[in-house]
Write a protein that binds this ligand. Sequence first.
Ligand code: PDD
Length: 284
Amino acid sequence: MRSLYLNGAFVPEDEAKISVFDRGFMFADAIYEVTAVLHGKLVDFDLHLARLARSLAEMALVLPLDNAQLLAIHRELIERNALHEGLVYLQVSRGTEDRNFLYPPAGSPPTVVLYTQAKVVLESPLAKRGMNIIGLPDLRWGRSDIKTTQLLYACMAKEQAKAQGADDAWLVKDGFVTEGTSNNAFIITHDGGVVTRELSNALLPGITRGALIALVKEHDLRLEERAYTLEEAQNAAEAFITSSTSFVYPVVTIDGHAVGDGKPGVLTQRLRQLYIDHALAVIA
Ligand code: PDD
């Protein structure tokens, strides 16, 4: 049985208890982070800490743990659970109080939970097969840049993709792709441009997205941070997604329309390898 971290203590998962009145449960008044683990070490943890700090600030949440403590808890969990490959999940909610829309008084303790999940990351079959994607309207709230646990629409969209025999959905707002349900969306143009939507309130500033952009620039590939339509994506040379739990997965069809030759793209596969090399170089 896994050990998890709850409010200052490591406990077996079946002994960890959170109140019914936790605001994470009642209002999705909570934020989270997911950091990949390779060879028992964390990938780009500093960048996850920086995004965590941003989410906390945007939500006016105060976490009574500093970065060194957060790192120590992550490492201890990895060790206790003998995690070799997978992820560490961290969630901070605004704590527990009788149901009330207004925030609890300043200084009320948040609920802090961390756990590990084993997952095949490096040799994932989807990396070889590629993903089939459908397009869906982006019906999420207006602050998708904050990593909140308010993920109902992502669940609904993934269910809809599954019902149509697809792997996932890309979300479209005002005619342009924002991102995937739980990943950032990229296309590659026929003249080799790597395109992804510029950051705004409409999408999450993915850590993998940021690392991939740095790699694109480092390897003298052309980056275009701009909006694009689902139709442009369908007619692109290649398409792919990025996230901490998938790294880079090729997209091979969009709404049944083959992207390129309908197989994982050559540049996409190169970028996946570059990302893996990066991840293995920075794990700590
Ligand atoms: N999801 N966009 C959304 C909406 C996401 O939920 C995620 C991550 C990303 C990619 O971000 P990153 O590269 O930092 O993982 C983009 C995580 C993995 C999840 O919810 O499990």
